[in-house]
Design a protein around this ligand. Structure first.
Ligand code: SF4
Ligand code: SF4
Length: 76
């Protein structure tokens, strides 16, 4: 499994999520961060670090943000 960054990350510049990730799974896009599904080890550390609750485990991504799972993979 992986974790997925979703819509509310857009234009956030508070990147503590990436700093707590033990495997450097986060990649910076022009307007948001993405998680590399090949790298993420499902440790859950990034979820409480995100102030806007933009990060979900892959199997808990809300329906309206479902397309972000593919976007994260494509952008990494
Ligand atoms: S995942 Fe959360 S903390 Fe990290 S850059 Fe996006 S909104 Fe900010
Ligand atoms: S769940 Fe853990 S390994 Fe995956 S992106 Fe978050 S902090 Fe990194």
């Amino acid at each position: 499994m992986t974790y997925v960054v979703t819509q509310y990350c857009v234009d956030c510049r508070y990147t503590d999520c990436a700093e707590v990730c033990p495997v450097e799974a986060f990649h910076k896009g022009p307007r948001m961060l993405y998680i590399n599904p090949e790298t993420c080890i499902d440790c859950d550390a990034c979820v409480p670090a995100c102030p806007v609750e933009a990060i979900y485990p892959e199997d808990e991504v809300p329906e309206k943000w479902a397309h972000f799972t593919q976007i994260n993979a494509d952008e990494c």
